[in-house]
Design a protein around this ligand. Sequence first.
Ligand code: NAD
Ligand code: ZN
Length: 356
Amino acid sequence: EQLTIKTSTHDYPVVIDQGLRFKLKSFLNKDYPSIYIITDSNVAPLYLDDVYNALKANYHVSYSIVPAGEESKSSRVYFDLMTQLIEAGVDRDGLVIALGGGMIGDLAGFVAASYLRGIDYIQMPTTILAHDSSVGGKVAINHPLGKNLIGAFYPPVAVLYDVETLQTIPFQEIRSGYAEIAKHSMIHTPPFWEQIKPVTLDESLSDATLIRDLIHGINVKAAIVERDEKEANIRQFLNFGHTLGHAIESELGYGKMTHGEAVAIGMLFAMELSEQYFSVTLPIEAFHNWLKRNDYPLTLPRLSVNQLMTRMKRDKKTKNQTIKMVLLKTLGEPVIIDMEDRSLRQQLEAFLEKMV
Ligand code: NAD
Ligand code: ZN
């Protein structure tokens, strides 16, 4: 399967296939004098050799392995990578390959965006969640005061999604990634959610189902980012579930809950708000059952409403004192609403009561 994403600077292919890591050479459209692979300590032992060996006969290849985990999306790791690229002699015509999940995609993408004012990079996503992060060109590292605060819009030259690599991701990461697929389904026409609803995330999950859902998710994302590359308007729809999700993630501390698990709770909350706001009926119960069946964490330790509100206000999508939330007018019809502080707080309190 292959689709093409259009951006203001260039078009790039998203290729989804089994065993792509062995055939990388055929996707390089330039004679890169040097190639620099960036990966993490979990992915390296599994797939780095394959990628390295696919290229070493024809290219000058170097690599860096950073510690796995969100902590590596830091200014220190970023700067160390810069040092290594300089020392490896990577020049303006060099290529970075981001081999890993969304953490590596964001980090290596930001390295590529800023090294020598920008060099080419390829996304090689290895998690389900990365179907989301590898497409759309948003790259970033974290600041201690907030996630993704230092970054750029910088599209890759290709996304090469070797779905074979998904066979080794831990179960929690399958859940995390499928939450983002569910998100894409909720902001798209209802048949997509109907397609996700019966999916069970256990041994019965077939490659065919997974690939079908990944492609569908990527298509939803691609259609949105093509119309709004720099997040001036409709790209914000992709933040459905993320206002509360991000707040929960940072309030709990990273690693306690995966990104997708936190976003799943955020989506439940956004759906409840939507029902109230628009007097509409959404498939909240069906979604809740789906989450339960798939062992998503649906209880939260006592979290402070004040802290969550503060974090939601600090969210970079927030303007003034109102909090911008993505709500659903109906399934598949997202809208951005400025929520008034007081009513949001009340609803959040009621929501958290139910989640203990
Ligand atoms: P991740 O990259 O940290 O991967 C999750 C875990 O799985 C890590 O421990 C990793 O080492 C391991 N792993 C990765 N691939 C593996 C494989 N094939 N086999 C075994 N283990 C493997 O996290 P993620 O969930 O993929 O991505 C989360 C990141 O993505 C966050 O930093 C988030 O901010 C970012 N993100 C970015 C965008 C965007 O548009 N740029 C969108 C969504 C999320
Ligand atoms: Zn997300």
